[in-house]
Every structure is written in C-alpha cells, then in structure tokens.
Design a protein around this ligand. Sequence first.
Ligand SMILES: [Zn+2]
Ligand SMILES: [Zn+2]
Length: 257
Amino acid sequence: MYIDSHCHLDRLDLTDFDNQLDNVVAAAKQAGVEQMLCVSVTLDAFQSMADKTAKYDNVQISCGVHPLNQEDMVDEARLEQLADNERVIAIGETGLDYFYAPETQEVQRDAFRKHIRVARKLNKPIIIHTRDAVEDTLQIMREEKADEVGGILHCFTESWDMAEQAIAMGFYISFSGIVTFKNAAALRDVASKVPDDRFMIETDSPYLAPVPHRGKQNQPAYVVEVAKMLSDVRAQSVEEIAQLSSDNYRCLFKLAT
Ligand SMILES: [Zn+2]
Ligand SMILES: [Zn+2]
C-alpha cells in the first residue's frame, strides 16, 4: 500500500469526480493509496479544509501558510491556535520560494521562522517547500533548531548536497511526479542516493501530474507512478518502494502500522 505524503484535496477540481471528494479518496484506494496528508496553504482556508476531510480516517492534515501565499506577515498566535488540534500532524507547508516570488523573500523568511517555532512548541514535524533558496533554507532550519522536530522537504528538486544536509537534521526527502519528467535526470540521480529510511513519495496534487498523466489534473491515485519511477532508479521493487516510503511516513508522524 502507498501513502501520498503531500496533496491538496481541497484544491482539486471535483467536476472530474461527480463533485464528490469521496470519489477521489475511493480512486486512491482502488490504486492502493490508502493514506494521504492533505496540506494547508493558508490559515484562512484551513478550517474548510479540515471540515472537508474530517470524515476520512485515512486523511491526515497539516496547518500552515505556503511561502507563495503570503500577502501579509503570518500571525504566529493564530497559527499555533489552529495547529494545536489532534488531526493536525504537521506544520506547513512553509519554507522559501525565491523562484516564483523573489520580491517577498523577507516576509517568507519571517514566516518560515515562525512556523518552525510553532512546530517546536507543539512538537510536530514541519513540511518544507524550498525552491532556489538552498542556503537560506538550510540556515534558517539550523538557526531555528528544526532538527528538534524534523519533517519533510517536499516535492524535492534540489541537489544531493542539500538533501544530505537536511537528512543530517532529521528530515525526509519526498519525491513528486517531477521525478518522472523527461528532463529530470539530475533529480533521479538524487533519488537513487537517498537512504531507504529517508525518502517518501507524494503527488502535490492537483499540481504536477506525473508521466503518463501529464496535462491532466493530478490526484493521489497517481502517486503510484512516482513509486514506479523510484523503483527503476533505485533498483528496488515497487512493493519495496511502497513499503519503505509508508514506513518512513508512519515513523516520522508516529502513526500505527
Ligand atoms: Zn510546495
Ligand atoms: Zn503543496
């Protein structure tokens, strides 16, 4: 069985699914994807995301503000209050994205630090989004002692050097459909090097549909394609990839097997 370590169920266009989120979760189950983490991107949308997913025992949620959704400074007290809920197993997604929003670097860094502080206070792992911001991401992780709670570098696209440094701080590296893209040879090389007890798989759906579904809306069921690619590059069976990545997810979030 597979676990999708990162998806945005509340952002899917449900017209493909008879307007029922049930059908998304059922399609995932049909494909062997039995658990998923639905990741928060704004505090304003958090409650509705929590409500929409509340009836699914196999859907965990996070709480946080995406680095590209920061019109204002993050309200640390509000983040802590919303995240202090037993269904919330992780803080984020947070982090730094200098590729799409270099003009908000300072606000992003401030928010990232606040998320790590709240994560340590509530003792929950952190979901980190990082793009074109390697040095600052690692430096803030160190300065704010992110290693105390650990977490996931999600939708990883950076170098093995960065992966290694994050792993040393107790982080896991999660690969998305990007690893299936034709031009992603360097990323596949990174994916071949991550230790067995340090990788996860994700869709980041509805974005980034993997090959052979490119151009379509992504969904948790497609995480199987990410597992197939990792099976190729790591020379392990798909079953092994599924088992290891699921074990790693349960280990980080202290969930029963
Ligand atoms: Zn992200
Ligand atoms: Zn995401």
